[in-house]
Design a protein around this ligand. Sequence first.
Ligand code: COA
Length: 462
Amino acid sequence: MNPLYSLFNPEGIAVVGASREPTKIGHLVLKNLLEYGYKGRVYPVNPSATEILGLQCYPAVSTISGRVDVVVVSVPNVKTLEIIDDAGKAGAKHAVVITSGFKEVGNVELENELVRRARRYGMRVLGPNIFGYVYTPARINATFGPRDVIPGNVAFITQSGALGIALMGSTILEGIGISSIVSIGNKADIDDADLLEFFDEDPNTSVILIYMEGVNDGRRFVDVASRVSLRKPIIVIKSGRTEAGARAAASHTGSLAGNVALYETAFRQSGVLSVKSVEEAFDFVKTLSWNPVPEGERVVVITNGGGAGVQASDTLADDGVFLEKPPEDLATEVKKFVPSFASLANPIDLTGMAPEDWYYRSIRLALANPAVDAVLILYCHTALTSPMGVARAVAKALEEVGQRKPISVAIIGGAEAYEAIRYLTNLKIPAYPTPERAAHALAAQIRYRRYREYLVKRATAA
Ligand code: COA
């Protein structure tokens, strides 16, 4: 069994430093744990309190009679070593250390001692300097971030705390379903590679997103990521790409951001999809977690606007995906219901007159055609057709054919377009406000497919 199994599936969690004060971190973590619905036992630990949030409070972990697998630590740094000793002796397996004031401010010795002590008891340390972790299958939200994370299949590992907390909120807004969010902060012990190994085996996770400032053991990361990428896409937002960014990372989590080119090469070799921005990462997460992996690279673009089609074609080409003529039988079928001046090359331009029914019929035909591997749909809002009508047409066609192919949708326009995007998002159909973003997110799936093929070949050759 993976050594982190009991971190994500604990029988009991103790919150050490569970404050009586509603605005303190220890109190908020306890509240999130209870309100998000963790089914195991929760034990507040605070020597100055008898009861917190309706639960009996314990003076120390060692005084709890039930089994405690995880100890969440939210007391000042000077007290952390005694907590580790107490929890370790009590048989806890994992310390989730929220406390700051370690390597990131030069307190290297304290951080090293924390890990040394934990190891003495066979305990693993998550953090320090973190906002906690979430694992939705066990209804664990041991963070002081937002509570109502949407359950889903994306695991998110973040080295940045505050940004990670904010992104937790963004996943809710963006409709991205989460299996886990893990704040890893200073990575004194548990690091990206350890978590990748856990998520590789985790049946609840199918895509892994990492916000990374730096890795401690590059060789191990490449080895593990290469194995995991064979089964699950890994997306990395690597920050500290510039000299200014690298300086900021060093003072943030004490990480050495390192040489950009080295990281990029390592990512490519291990099949990792490297992205520059949070927006790009979330865009990729949607196609990669909601769509199946494409069987091939034959993309058909369906649009009602030539310009949108050109922009999408350019973006795809920039990403190394080149459009070929659509299959002849598809063009012949579409020709039956579009005007004579419609272009039936690729992009298939249904013309500015296109009503939602033309979208429905052409998408249905493209999805059902065996010579099409993925479909990109672009709709520029005109007075003739409502964005919601087109969104419904997309959903209907997908439902009738059964989603066996990747799809990406751009609905370009104003407020009504956003409403239609939201509608599709709720159905887990990747939808974006621009042709470039929709095309780029679809191309990410093809990039992943290529990486995977390369990794399979490399593994078989070895
Ligand atoms: N065991 C258990 N609880 C203890 C304790 C012990 N040995 N000693 C003290 N406590 C209690 C305190 O009495 C207090 O409870 P109370 O408010 O009911 O009196 C509670 O633990 C918290 O201790 P306190 O000294 O008030 O600390 P704090 O809550 O102000 O700060 C941290 C603790 C961990 C939040 C703070 O030190 C810290 O590191 N903050 C930064 C966290 C952060 O940003 N992390 C990275 C996020 S991205």
